[in-house]
Design a protein around this ligand. Structure first.
Ligand code: BGC
Length: 422
């Protein structure tokens, strides 16, 4: 049995727009306007086996978040299940558009709602990790140009100040942003998710505004409570050359450097802990016209893949942790998971990643917690994939909203119970 350090945090993660249902933010209208097109484009986007296995991808509803899992109303039920699974921590996001639906007007009902959510977690013995922005913003912020507009940072600070003050007795761990890099690239460079613009200048502006705001929020948090732990959230590929061809080796080095260094620069100095989000490797194969990042093709090696076609490579977690550890901050794995509708690989995925994680800890890398993505099946909004990819430890029947813990949910519960993995 590989035992984890005492006090290790075990949990799972969600985000508001993906699970709550009935959100009204800068993504809502975009989904309605683009759902038909997305359903049509599915055949060009996904492999044959995926199209056959998940015909929902051809329906318009797949691309509209709608009532999602109705977690907004069913959160207590969901937290009961998390508790049953032994979780002692939980990561979720506040929905800014509920808290400040109109500029400067804070909605007391929403504020009370999230207080209830936090109390429900505390009552069940779960440490909350609260994300302030998991990509969705109030409509009025969207209309101003969201992160492409410098002013957004100022409004975000006011929102942050409000929630810090409201919840300071209930929350210690804060994460201002979820994966700023993913939203900047998919939202502002590739144009695949809202605001869906392809504009390098705006992408740079959004990146700079987000990083500046991380700095400002960090300072603000510290001025409110010395006890606050402010983190970051960073998506990390395990980036290596596909083979020994010199141009692939060089390309992988360049990509590996540029994927992280600008984020590290800010996060190193303006966060107390590092939130690592790891899903898959990127085996760099230079190819003119490659699908992703132009020249850089991610060529698979092992054939062990999840429903989205992402290669599963647990060892990569070790390498990204080693890289993140250079920043000298404690690390929490704030996301790691897979789309696996049949739950055939999730248990093995969990065990192998946790074994690797254990090795990293033994080597002295200071990892203090693990949050599986996700507690529930949800609206997978990266790249607007919709409902068909199933990331949950708990399965959702979207017709009846019935929750059904998958087999892997119980495997994870046993790991947590033992505070260790075989
Ligand atoms: C995001 C989640 C998303 C997950 C799986 C992460 O990049 O933070 O919102 O569902 O990846 O794609």
């Amino acid at each position: 049995m590989k035992k984890f350090p005492e006090g290790f945090l075990w949990g799972s993660a969600t985000s508001a727009h993906q699970v709550e249902g009935n959100t009204l933010n800068d993504w809502t209208q975009w989904e309605k306007d683009n759902a038909k097109r997305l359903a049509k484009e599915a055949s060009a986007k996904w492999e044959k086996w995926q199209q056959e296995k998940f015909p929902e991808m051809f329906t318009v509803e797949n691309y509209i978040s709608g009532r999602a899992t109705d977690h907004y109303n069913l959160f207590e039920k969901d937290f009961d299940l998390a508790r049953e699974g032994g979780h002692n921590a939980h990561r979720f996001s506040l929905e800014w558009s509920r808290i400040e639906p109109e500029e400067g007007k804070f909605n007391q009902e929403a504020i009370e709602h999230y207080r209830k959510v936090l109390i429900a977690l505390r009552e069940r013995g779960m440490e909350p990790f609260v994300t302030l922005w998991h990509w969705t913003s109030p409509v009025w912020i969207g209309e101003m140009g969201a992160w492409g507009n410098h002013e957004t940072g100022k409004y975000f600070l006011r929102y942050a100040e409000k929630v810090f003050a409201e919840y300071k007795d209930l929350v210690r761990f804060w994460m201002p942003f979820n994966e700023p890099g993913t939203e900047v690239s998919y939202g502002y460079l590739f144009g695949k998710q809202p605001p869906a613009i392809k504009n390098k200048k705006l992408a740079d502006a959004a990146f700079n505004n987000l990083m500046q705001t991380q700095k400002d929020v960090y300072g603000l948090a510290k001025s409110i409570s010395e006890d606050f732990q402010v983190g970051c959230s960073h998506f990390m590929f395990h980036i290596r050359p596909y083979n020994n061809l010199p141009w692939n080796i060089l390309a992988a080095k360049i990509m590996d450097y540029f994927a992280d260094y600008r984020f590290f620069k800010t996060f190193r100095n303006f966060s107390d802990f590092f939130g690592v989000q790891y899903y898959q490797p990127f085996w760099v194969n230079l190819k003119l016209g490659g699908r992703f990042w132009g020249l850089f093709e991610n060529k698979q090696k092992s054939g062990w893949c999840n429903d989205l076609g992402w290669e599963i490579f647990p060892e990569g977690l070790y390498h990204v942790l080693k890289k993140a550890a250079k920043n000298g901050k404690p690390i929490y794995i704030t996301e790691n998971g897979l789309a696996d509708s049949e739950d055939k690989d999730r248990e093995r995925f969990l065990k192998e990643h946790l074994q690797i994680l254990h090795d990293a800890i033994l080597e002295g890398i200071d990892v203090r917690g693990y949050f599986h993505w996700s507690l529930l099946d949800n609206f997978e909004f990266v790249d607007m994939r919709g409902f068909w990819p199933r990331f949950g430890l708990i399965e959702i029947d979207y017709k009846t909203l019935e929750r059904k813990p998958r087999k892997s949910f119980y495997a994870y519960r046993d790991i947590i119970k033992n505070n260790g993995v075989e």
